[in-house]
Ligand binder design. Structure first.
Ligand code: ATP
Ligand code: MG
Length: 254
């Protein structure tokens, strides 16, 4: 295959130029980072699983009318996506107290929240992705009031849908992070869901045992990290065709 032009290498994914204008290829790596990249490691097979899991979730969301950047999966580690102008925000939706919410506000991890809470973080690694208010977002022009309305409405729809989807397979959706982008079509702009939705970007707890099935196993050195990602894929019914054997997938793609 012709060597494609690499546009960006992030911590978990690489973006390549896509086959047509306005498209990109998103390649999922096994690399894992936490705490703003202070902790680094590899989760074998993660890229293959996250490619699959994100495909599955974005496809289900598209079916209920949530616009996403996802076009189609290309192979074990790559998917074709629409290129968007990423809004520099990480949108976090929380249903149960965990992580930074518990640390900052002293609410014990696992406490159900009285209602879902949406938080915004400014995507800026140098600043450590600081939490921001709508006031900062609109004042500094990262998104308009209308953009934020759309982002909030989409985030809550995604939350309702994913909460039910995961509940159906015995998993509690504790919290998750979304990224959105602007997509132009004939001079009209739409906000669409971008990036990925996977155990890298969600907290997923077994409904019965509260066992963590997400990146917290890596962050907190809980062990059985690969197994947790596999378990999520297994429960969603989407382990790769070749089964566990083939989780590493092809190493090269350029
Ligand atoms: N449809 C899209 N069009 C353009 N960029 C996208 C799209 N979807 C995701 N991205 C961006 O591609 C990158 C994916 O790489 P990765 O997640 O590894 O980055 P990262 O190391 O987390 O860095 P960042 O802080 O930029 O998210 C991210 O910067 C993400 O915002
Ligand atoms: Mg990222």
């Amino acid at each position: 295959m012709a060597r494609r032009r690499q546009l960006y290498e992030g911590k978990a994914k690489i973006l390549f130029e896509g086959p047509e204008p306005g498209t990109l290829v998103q390649y999922f790596k096994d690399d894992a980072t936490a705490f703003n990249a202070q902790k680094k490691g590899v989760i074998t097979g993660k890229g293959v699983l996250n490619n699959r899991i994100s495909e599955f979730i974005m496809t289900r969301l598209a079916e209920i009318g949530v616009p996403t950047h996802f076009v189609r999966r290309l192979n074990m580690r790559e998917q074709l996506i629409r290129e968007v102008e990423i809004i520099p925000l990480e949108v976090v939706v929380r249903n149960v107290a965990a992580g930074s919410l518990s640390t900052r506000l002293g609410i014990p991890e696992g406490t159900p929240l009285p209602r879902s809470i949406v938080e915004y973080y400014y995507k800026n690694d140098q600043l450590g992705d600081p939490m921001v208010a709508e006031e900062h977002i609109t004042a500094f022009g990262w998104a308009s009031v209308q953009d934020l309305d759309d982002i909030m409405a989409l985030s809550l729809r995604v939350n309702d849908f994913l909460t039910g989807l995961f509940l159906g397979v015995g998993i509690r959706l504790v919290d998750f992070k979304l990224e959105f982008g602007r997509l132009w079509e004939n001079d009209e702009m739409r906000i669409v869901l971008a990036d990925e939705i996977s155990p890298d970007s969600c907290r997923l707890w077994d409904i019965k045992t509260n066992e963590k099935l997400d990146k917290d196993r890596f962050r907190r050195d809980l062990g059985k990290v690969e197994e947790a990602y596999q378990e999520v894929a297994r429960r969603l019914g989407i382990l790769p065709e070749a089964g566990m054997r083939d989780l590493k997938g092809p190493e090269t793609m350029q």
